[in-house]
Structures are given as C-alpha cells and as structure tokens.
Write a protein of this length. Structure first.
Length: 445
C-alpha cells in the first residue's frame, strides 16, 4: 500500500511512502499457491528432467566407486509436484545490502513434497525405488529492475540462498542393507548437487519480463556478486585422528583438508600431512550474492580410496560473522556425530567490486558476456559452450554452462498475445495461429 510521501522517517520509493498492511496468512499465499498449481506441468517436467538428466549421470559416476554396479532409470512417473508456500516476508532494505533500494525482495517459505514412482535397476539384479522427494527451505524472489509501467519491474529471479533441506523416501532396499548407507549417500549427494546447480546461489531461475529494457536474461541469471569474501584459513587444533602409523596401532594422525561452503559455491584447502594441529595459512575467495547466505566448513582426512569425515561446523550467517566491521577473526568448533572434533581458526575480509582498471592486482574477477557470434559455421546449433583461457605465468581455463534457449525466456508482446487469444477463440490450432501471425509454434501454444 502506498500513499504520497510526507515528511518523516518512513521508507520512501519514488516519492511514495510504503506502508505495512496486515493480511491473514491464508490470503498472503493464496495467489502464489494458485500460480504454482497452474505451473504444475512445468514443475513436473522439471523434476522428471532432474532425475533422468542430472541424477542418473551423477549416480552412474558415483557408483563407479562400487565395483560391478551400474544403474538404469527404468521408470519415472511424477504423481504430484506442487509446492506449498508461505509465509511471505518483504525484506526491508538496509544500507550496504546486496540489493538496490528499488528492488523488491520477497522471502518465501517453500515446501515441496513430490510424490513419484522412480524405479532404478542396479546391474539388472537389484531394484531400488524413490517414492518421494522433499525439498524444504526459504526461497528468495527478487524483482528487478524497477519500472514506472506495468508490470513495474523488468525481471524476476528465484533462488535459495543456502542449500535447502532435502530428503528422499527409498523403497526396495531390503536386499541391499549392506550397501544401503553408501547408496543412500550417493543418491542424496547426486540430487543435492543437481538442485544446487539449478537454483542455489550463485545459480538461480530468472525470467525477463521486459525485452525492451537494458537488462536481459543473461544479466538476470548471472549478476555480479555483491562483494568478494576473502577467507584467510589460519589453522586447526585438536582435530580427530583417522590414520594409523602402523597396522596394529590406534589412529593417531590425520591428513586434514577443509572444504568451505557458501551456497552452492565450494572452496577446498590444501592437505596438511600427518598433523592434528595443521597450519594452513591459505586464502580462498568466495563470491557473496545475498547477505542471507551462510558459511560452513567440513573437514576431511585425505586417503587413497575414500576420504574420512573429520567433522563439520554449524552454518554461520555471513552478516553475523562480519558484524559492523570489515576484518574479523573467528575460532569455531567442529562436531562429528555430536561429539567434539576440534576447532578451526580463520579470518574474513570483504572486497567491493570495481570497474576501475587495477594497476597491479594479484587477484581479479573477470566476467565475460558474449553478445553475438555472427560467423558460426553452417550447421552449428544451440546449446553452445564457451571456453575462456587466461595465460599469465600459468594457464587458467574456464568453461561456460550450456547457452540458454532464449525463445523459452522471450516474453510475448501484448499485441501478439491478444491476437493469439482472439484467433484461438475462433477454434484455430497452434499451427494455424502461427501461419496467420507469423509467430513461433511454441509461442502460439
């Protein structure tokens, strides 16, 4: 609700004061639940693609560690995949936040319990089934850039700031009890990785609502981070022993390394051999996209075959770790199965991005946006990937994701939309509409 601005401290956007209106919880989310129910076929299709295109290849790769096992997706049938949403909270703007003052940011409770029948065959001998996939967390909906005409913003982005809670209901494991832990762990890792790669920061879903403005789908899906966090990993103390010096000895040493998680982004430290009090003294760089993101650590013992778990930390809010200052040192505990597993010490520093050319920088973040490829050989079709190489002393190679199908993201202009509705009202098929107004068949449908 908005009213003309008057003197006072109330938040103001474009000359209007924003007022809070109390709305019953059911009414807050009814409109969004209705939209999601209409999107059911698309969500259903996406979950099916998640299982076939992402989970199966990941499971095959991971199961290669278990000799003699292969996997095949025998059946995928999604029965129900409509998420429940709510409550909805409009995030207040704060000085130095990751969003501009005119951006609209909604934090939405998200609970998806997808009922399904997924039958997997292991080496044509065992059967394994998945009957439900639960994804629960807080989804952020970001609407930007602001516009003065309907729909009042040029695009919409949706993402999880942190990895959501994920659970899977398995069936058919009675004959696989000895391997149950390994298979469940592999399946959870595969599905979590697929979800992180799709909608956990820095990844996000985006829709361009105004193709005429300067912000396109690439800008929405791949924005610059708010800042770069430098993680100065100092060391660990009293870590757990996992290795034996001799075969009959009790574990007395470890070869620890640390993995830092910020959203879907991970950074891994070097390995310090044969130490329970390692001094890493190493820097890692983590892009920060949302002040809601949490930083966590996982410690492992490096082994030839399977690395041992040495403990995990709690997830700490980046905003709380920084507090009011720019430089902060921390010492946090690790836990393994609810038992103390030592501590790690680190320091965080925040660096703002700049477009000024540095005179002598040891670290750079380079963003490359390719706007046109006019001279591709005949027969080349999307999706495309691009490999970028940086050479200065040593070579760094970065490979892009697959290019987007821009047709799927291109909004239909209102005039075209009205024409399609009118012609379809006369009983014309999508092919006839396409022929009549020259639009693409997918848009006509």
């Amino acid at each position: 609700q908005a009213r003309p601005s008057a003197a006072g401290p109330a938040p103001c956007v474009d000359g209007y004061v924003l007022e809070h209106v109390d709305v019953p919880a059911a009414q807050q989310v009814a409109w969004l639940s209705d939209i999601l129910s209409r999107l059911f076929p698309r969500i259903q299709q996406h979950v099916e693609c998640l299982v076939v295109d992402s989970v199966q290849p990941m499971l095959e790769e991971e199961l290669a560690q278990l000799p003699g096992l292969s996997i095949h997706v025998a059946q995928v049938d999604i029965k129900e995949a409509i998420p429940q949403v709510g409550p909805i909270r409009v995030r207040p703007q704060k000085p130095g936040s990751c969003t501009l003052n005119h951006d609209i940011v909604l934090d939405v409770g998200f609970d998806l319990n997808a009922k399904m029948i997924v039958d997997l065959e292991l080496s044509s001998i065992f059967s394994l089934g998945i009957r439900s996939l639960v994804i629960k967390g807080e989804l952020t909906v970001l609407m930007r850039p602001a516009m003065h005409e309907p729909p009042f913003f040029g695009g919409i982005e949706m993402y999880f700031a942190d990895v959501p809670n994920i659970d899977i209901d398995f069936t058919g494991l009675a004959s696989l009890m000895n391997m149950f832990k390994d298979i469940r762990s592999i399946a959870m890792s595969s599905i979590t990785g697929a979800i992180c790669g799709a909608i956990v920061l820095p990844n996000r879903f985006a829709q361009d609502l105004c193709p005429e403005d300067a912000t396109d789908i690439t800008d929405l899906r791949y924005p610059d981070p708010h800042c770069i966090v430098r993680l100065c990993l100092l060391g660990g103390r009293k870590l757990l022993p996992k290795d034996r010096r001799f075969f009959f000895d009790s574990p007395s040493v470890s070869d620890p390394y640390l993995v830092a998680h910020l959203g879907a982004y991970t950074w891994k430290s070097k390995v310090v051999h044969k130490s329970l009090n390692p001094d890493w003294n190493e820097n890692g760089f983590l892009p920060l996209y949302d002040e809601k993101q949490h930083l966590s650590f996982h410690c492992f013992d490096k082994d030839d075959f399977k690395d041992d778990d040495m403990g995990v930390s709690e997830a700490y809010s980046i905003g709380e770790l920084f507090g009011a200052g720019a430089h902060h040192s921390h010492q946090i505990p690790l836990k393994l199965e609810h038992q103390d597993a030592g501590t790690i010490a680190f320091r965080l520093e925040r660096f703002q991005l700049t477009t000024d050319r540095p005179v002598d920088a040891r670290s750079l973040r380079v963003a490359v946006k390719i706007t046109e490829c006019p001279f591709l050989p005949p027969g080349f079709t999307s999706p495309f990937t691009v490999t970028v190489k940086f050479e200065r002393g040593s070579q760094t190679v970065v490979k892009s994701k697959h290019s987007l199908d821009l047709l799927a993201f291109k909004p239909i202009k209102e005039s075209t939309k009205r024409a399609v509705v009118k012609l379809s009202g006369y009983g014309m098929s999508a092919e006839q509409v396409e022929h009549s107004i020259g639009t693409h068949n997918a848009l006509a449908e």
